[in-house]
Design a protein around this ligand. Structure first.
Ligand SMILES: [Zn+2]
Length: 341
């Protein structure tokens, strides 16, 4: 995989070796907001690069799809999924990355875009290794699943060919998602079997297990067509915030595991034609005391960097301010509270 843009890595206190690292660093240094010039350029470079591997590459306004058949020539029934866009605000400013203790982040704080650049990296590496499967690089996940929902509406029969859809777009290093937004997307039998093979392949280094606390990603759009729709941890933390980071050794281990698993032999139990109810369908948020709601919201919002003042925004452009507000809503609320006292 060749580099697509200028790398702006500032320094290395560690230097974790992973395959195609220059590609990963270049991608993470590039903001990839949906419908931006930088993302359009990135997607075009990605298509050109993927074509060099010799497998069929399809692309349209929904995303990029690459198919690698099984060794016996039959099509794989496994779909792998990631998204090329990030949650960056408008503007095309490239980030300076730092690597410390095997972990990447943006120098001085910022959205890294490992959500979901890490998933893009993994799928490109798997394609390079010729691992059978259909690889879908979705467009516009951060804008409500533009590509994945479009695929479900425009090509339902195509999606119904698959028994499992595996997104690589979950934070942390141990989740195999069974529910997204409280609604079941994969059976426990499937998630346990996938967690088991991941644990064997990684020597129990991460203790993968089924996780029913998933939030939205592209595979949620396909649950009425594909029986098992999951999302597997891809090693980022604090996505959508100024503190987003990516643990590199996990990426390397997950790549090796994903290249050794017999995906086709995983069990299929969930019936996609049965509409699953959400455990939150009857949930009355109004009944919660405000303090409970606040602590629920805070779960995904890192604390400790919450204090900010207007002076912190001097020199930032609109996009940088937008990113900060998006990633740190509590800090902004606290600052305004202070200002109006
Ligand atoms: Zn994502």
């Amino acid at each position: 995989m060749k580099a697509t843009t200028k790398t702006t890595v500032a320094y290395h206190k560690t230097d974790t070796a992973i395959p195609n690292k220059a590609f990963l660093l270049d991608m993470l240094a590039t903001p990839r907001r949906y419908n931006s010039a930088t993302l359009d350029k990135f997607n075009a470079c990605l298509i050109a690069d993927l074509m060099r591997y010799g497998y069929p590459v399809e692309y349209d306004g929904l995303g990029i799809r690459v198919s690698i058949p099984l060794a016996n020539g039959l099509p794989s029934e496994t779909l792998f999924s990631c998204h090329t866009d990030t949650v960056h605000g408008t503007g095309g400013k490239h980030s300076t990355l730092v690597e410390y203790n095997n972990t990447l982040s943006v120098k001085g704080g910022g959205i890294l875009g490992a959500d979901d650049g890490a998933g893009v990296w993994l799928m490109v590496c798997m394609i390079e290794r010729g691992i059978p499967g259909t690889y879908v690089f979705n467009y516009g996940e951060e804008c409500g699943g533009v590509g994945s929902s479009g695929l479900a509406h425009q090509h339902p029969k195509y999606l119904a060919n698959f028994k499992r859809a595996v997104a690589f777009d979950r934070g942390g290093c141990s989740s195999v998602i069974t529910h997204q937004g409280g609604r079941r997307c994969a059976s426990d039998a499937f998630a346990e079997a996938l967690a088991d093979v991941l644990n064997v392949a990684t020597g129990d280094a991460y203790l993968f297990c089924p996780d029913d606390t998933g939030v939205y990603t592209d595979t949620a759009e396909w649950t009425h067509l594909i029986p098992e729709c999951t999302n597997v941890s891809i090693g980022y933390e604090s996505q959508h915030t100024q503190n987003e980071s990516l643990y590199l050794p996990y990426l390397d281990d997950l790549l090796e595991a994903c290249c050794s698993i017999d995906w086709e032999s995983l069990p299929t139990e969930r019936n996609p034609s049965v509409k699953e109810t959400s455990r939150w369908d009857d949930w009355d948020f109004g009944a919660l005391p405000a303090s409970t709601y606040k602590s629920y919201i805070s779960k995904d919002t890192p604390q400790g960097e919450m204090d900010c003042t207007l002076a912190d925004f001097h020199g930032m452009d609109w996009a940088e301010i937008y990113e900060y507000v998006y990633g740190n809503p509590e800090a902004i609320a606290s600052m305004i509270e202070e200002l109006v006292k």
